[in-house]
Write a protein that binds this ligand. Structure first.
Ligand code: PMV
Length: 359
């Protein structure tokens, strides 16, 4: 069993040159939801996600040697200084400095941009933390070059997790499991692993259209939401259910049973929101248009038998999931029927992708 000390870099060299890397990392959408965590971003239950392809963050990391050992960085968003992002990045560096002591030898400039509109309600923390972590591991490959490919990939996911839990699922693989669970071999609480079994072809290039229902500031951050699972009356049962749902989904992904897929995915989305509605304090992140959309999807599915379903993250936006084969009819339905429930009629067509890429 891997433990955290495996990923602590003890021996490393100091580079004397200045250099830079650029990596992109996609967002991901959980089908079995992570909601609730322990110390150090260890999940209270396992989760499984589809990696996206178009909703991405691109981050350039420039490093420059300095004498004194300290955390030191400048932060740019689309080329402009962005002070409001600093605390999150500062905290990230503090959390990773034991595992990556070499970061203290450099001053960094981090320049980041997203492909999706800023404040669209699409969380950029998963793609952002994954892209930054891929850059840090690129630096580690230079200062500590003798590790295996698996080690670097696992550590990139582990660092991303310390930035934002779900970010660990955006490093590698089109279907990723995070959290130790009996049905998935080599699954770990420390990092995400690519789904290690064959997947039915119906899931190839699976489509996800994100309907932007509400672009406002979230009324509850995911940090607070996770926290509320600590004294939640249904928490233990929910955590157990997530293990069961991963085991069921493992079979569904292999068999291609879309009816079972739809039932499980929609139930997970509503369970996530049910946890929010039954915590103390309770809160509700769905908006009236979220419900309108869900009802329209159910009606369309019943009338057309097209296997389209929804999932939700911690917000009002709706992810519409469907097989590539039904792309035309579902995208027509979205344009003609669902877009009117979106802020400024906005939605983003995305599909399954693979993970970080060096640019
Ligand atoms: O990564 P966080 O701490 O922002 O939590 C994300 C939680 C959900 O998006 C609601 C579910 C998930 O598994 O991504």
């Amino acid at each position: 069993m891997m433990n955290l000390s495996t990923y602590k870099t003890a021996n490393y060299k100091k580079l004397n040159e200045k250099g830079s890397f650029t990596f992109s990392a996609p967002s991901n959408i959980a089908l079995v939801k992570y909601w609730g965590k322990k110390e150090s971003q260890i999940p209270a239950n396992p989760s499984l996600s589809f990696t996206l392809n178009h909703c991405k963050t691109m981050t350039t990391l420039t490093y420059e040697t300095k004498d004194e050992k300290s955390i030191s960085f400048d932060l740019l968003f689309e080329g402009q200084p962005k002070e409001s992002f600093r605390p999150k990045i500062q905290k990230y560096f503090e959390r990773i400095q034991d595992l990556c002591p070499y970061i203290l030898d450099y001053h960094f400039t981090i320049d980041t941009q997203n492909t999706f509109p800023h404040s669209s309600g699409i969380a950029s923390s998963a793609s952002g933390m994954a892209a930054l972590s891929a850059n840090i591991i690129a630096l580690e490959r230079l200062v500590n070059p003798d590790q295996s490919e698996d080690y670097y990939e696992q550590k990139a996911s582990l660092l991303a997790r310390l930035g934002s839990g779900s970010a660990c699922r955006s490093i590698k693989g089109n279907i990723v499991v995070w959290g130790e669970t009996a049905s998935i071999e080599n699954s770990s609480d420390l990092f995400g692993v690519a789904f290690p079994y064959e997947v039915h072809s119906v899931f190839n290039n699976y489509q996800d259209t994100i309907l932007l229902v509400d672009k406002g500031e979230k009324q509850v951050s995911s940090t607070v939401g996770h926290e509320l699972m600590h004294h939640h009356p249904f928490a233990a049962k929910r955590f157990e259910q997530a293990h069961e749902n991963i085991a069921k989904l493992k079979n569904i992904l292999q068999s291609g049973d879309l009816e079972a897929f739809i039932a499980l995915v929609e139930s997970e989305a509503l369970t996530l929101h049910a946890m929010m509605m039954t915590s103390m304090p309770y809160f509700m992140l769905m908006k009236p248009n979220t419900l309108e959309i869900i009802n329209q999807i159910w009606k369309f599915r019943q009338e057309t038998k097209v296997p389209v379903c929804f999932t939700l993250d911690a917000g009002a936006n709706v992810h519409v999931l469907y097989p590539e084969k039904h792309k035309t009819e579902v995208q027509d339905f979205i344009q003609n029927e669902l877009s009117k429930y979106c802020q400024n009629n906005q939605f983003i067509h995305d599909e399954m992708g693979f993970g970080v890429k060096e640019l």
